[in-house]
Design a protein around this ligand. Structure first.
Ligand SMILES: Nc1ncnc2c1ncn2[C@@H]1O[C@H](COP(=O)(O)OP(=O)(O)OP(=O)(O)O)[C@@H](O)[C@H]1O
Ligand SMILES: [Mg+2]
Length: 232
């Protein structure tokens, strides 16, 4: 479990995250909320990319940057901004000793692009590469920030399959998304952020009545029909 207590963050003189308490464990957790609610910043705090106050523990041990980076795989909202490798093969292996690079590329259908620079891939292929890279070492926790953006049907399905496969293998998967109709059926838990605070957290049924107030469009299926909210 990752336990977050009283986490706050100030950016440019404004408090953008306020006293966040959150428990994140196994299964698939969806993190939703309006634009600017603080979803990305909260996950950046977990990774040690922001200077927050408050406390975090990871599987009982106190948080530090190294532990966070070893424990949490992360696909950022705009993965193309952070590619480090000169080729896809180099990107998957970058800083990850012992990774079976060709196995990972094969699993994600990226083998033909092994020697291609990541920035030359299409948008959807770049997302696939980022997902392959983040999961290459099977981290116990995985954060996907808007993973369905700009993906076609097969890309969305592949991403959902990876989420489910990881979750079944025991990885805690946290998915930030505005696309509830694509994935809500698979959510074990939903957390709603509003203006930097947790306004609701629980099962889909428990939080359904709060979607609208959180600025999240409730999928048309209704609280009893959300099992149809999947592109799989
Ligand atoms: N460096 C910064 N300086 C000042 N404000 C910032 C900075 N970075 C982010 N913010 C503000 O913090 C708030 C939360 O940003 P964040 O990126 O976490 O939103 P989000 O919930 O991920 O939104 P979206 O759905 O649009 O991705 C926003 O109002 C944003 O403008
Ligand atoms: Mg964001």
């Amino acid at each position: 479990m990752i336990l977050i207590r009283s986490l706050s963050l100030v950016k440019a003189g404004h408090r953008v995250l306020h006293d966040i308490d959150l428990d994140w464990g196994g299964g698939i957790t969806l993190l939703a909320g309006a634009n600017g609610a603080g979803k990305t910043l909260l996950t950046r705090c977990l990774l040690g990319l922001e200077d927050f106050t408050g406390s975090i523990t990871i599987d009982g041990a106190s948080w530090n940057r190294d532990r966070a980076r070893q424990s949490i795989g992360y696909v950022i909202q705009d993965p193309q901004r952070h590619f480090l490798g000169l080729s896809c093969a180099e990107e998957v292996g970058f800083g990850r000793r012992g990774v079976d690079v060709s196995g990972v590329l094969r699993r994600f259908g990226l083998e033909p692009y092994a020697e291609v620079p990541p920035l030359l891939l299409s948008g959807g292929e770049q997302r696939r590469l980022a997902l392959a890279t983040a999961t290459a070492l099977n981290p116990p926790y995985l954060i996907l920030d808007e993973p369905f953006n700009a993906l076609d049907r097969d890309g969305v399905r592949e991403t959902l399959r990876v989420m489910l496969e990881r979750s079944r293998a025991g990885t805690g998967v946290l998915v930030i998304t505005h696309d509830l109709e694509k994935c809500l059926a698979h959510a074990d838990r939903v957390v709603l952020l509003q203006q930097g605070t947790v306004m609701a957290a629980g099962t889909v049924s428990e939080v359904w009545s709060k979607f609208d107030a959180a600025g999240v469009h409730p999928p048309g299926a209704g609280p009893d029909g959300y099992s149809t909210c999947t592109w799989l």
